[in-house]
Design a protein around this ligand. Structure first.
Ligand code: ZN
Length: 256
């Protein structure tokens, strides 16, 4: 029996049965072949559009479409209206909107974490926590099936690699114009957001003083507000998952 591909999990299993439309022919059923998938921690927003197109003009159109959506995000963010920035643009495909924003939020949290990596070490953060009450363990459902306790930097490394491999998987994040998104697309995005939130929660609980020292708190807060408002707009993160930053999130939602 061919095993179903799985992307998970630590505390919940994301069922992948009937998820992928059709596994690419030359790819294995699972992600074991993608273990070399690199983490690009410092490449910034350009990453989302730096994939080299094939000669397909359809792909070019897709890249342009993605770039237009990205410009829309930047323009609305520049207006300072975060509520407006998260809203689905009129006439836009909701999945496409989710995909472009997922890439942007991934790049953002990667860059933010990148600024404190020298302070987030196995010694300072031997487990991936969000305050005293919340600890996260890692499993990807393939190489690591049973959740393991890892240091915070190791957890984030696993997480970023896992997200990047998903973003690179065209059966989940299609790049060709008109290629359908898989039925499980929204569930995949939700799991990505749930886990990205944990990086924010760890930064706020364990490294906020360092962020203040680096004078980055305004930027962190803006990125997090944008992330929370987007998650809320599309109901991407369960309330229980947000508990480590509950009060802060309530204040954000009251302000916006
Ligand atoms: Zn840390």
């Amino acid at each position: 029996m061919t095993p179903s591909p799985s992307y998970e999990s630590d505390d919940d299993i994301l069922s992948q049965q009937n998820c992928r439309r059709q596994p690419p022919k030359q790819e294995p059923e699972d992600f074991s072949a993608q273990k070399e998938c690199p983490i690009r921690k410092q490449e910034g927003l350009s990453w989302a559009f730096d994939k080299k197109p094939s000669s397909s003009s359809q792909f070019d159109v897709m890249v342009i479409q993605g770039a237009q959506l990205h410009r829309h995000i930047t323009a609305t963010l520049g207006s300072g209206n975060l509520r407006e920035a998260v809203r689905l643009p009129v006439g836009e495909d909701p999945n496409e909107w989710l995909a472009v924003n997922t890439m942007d939020f991934f790049n953002q949290v990667n860059l933010l974490y990148g600024t404190i990596t020298e302070f987030c070490t196995p010694v300072s953060c031997p487990t991936m926590t969000a305050g005293r009450r919340y600890e996260y363990r890692w499993a990807d459902g393939i190489k690591i099936k049973k959740p393991i306790e890892v240091s915070a930097p190791k957890y984030v490394e696993y997480l970023m690699e896992w997200i990047e491999c998903l973003l690179d998987d065209e059966s989940i994040f299609p790049q060709k114009l008109g290629a359908p998104f898989p039925p499980c697309f929204r569930e995949v995005v939700k799991t990505i957001f749930k886990r990205m939130f944990r990086v924010y929660a760890h930064i706020y609980h364990s490294h906020f003083q360092k962020i203040v020292h680096l004078k980055e708190e305004a930027h962190l807060n803006t990125c997090f507000k944008h992330f929370i408002l987007f998650s809320r707009e599309f109901q991407l993160i369960e309330k229980a998952e947000l508990a480590p930053l509950h009060e802060f999130i309530e204040s954000i939602l009251l302000q916006h």
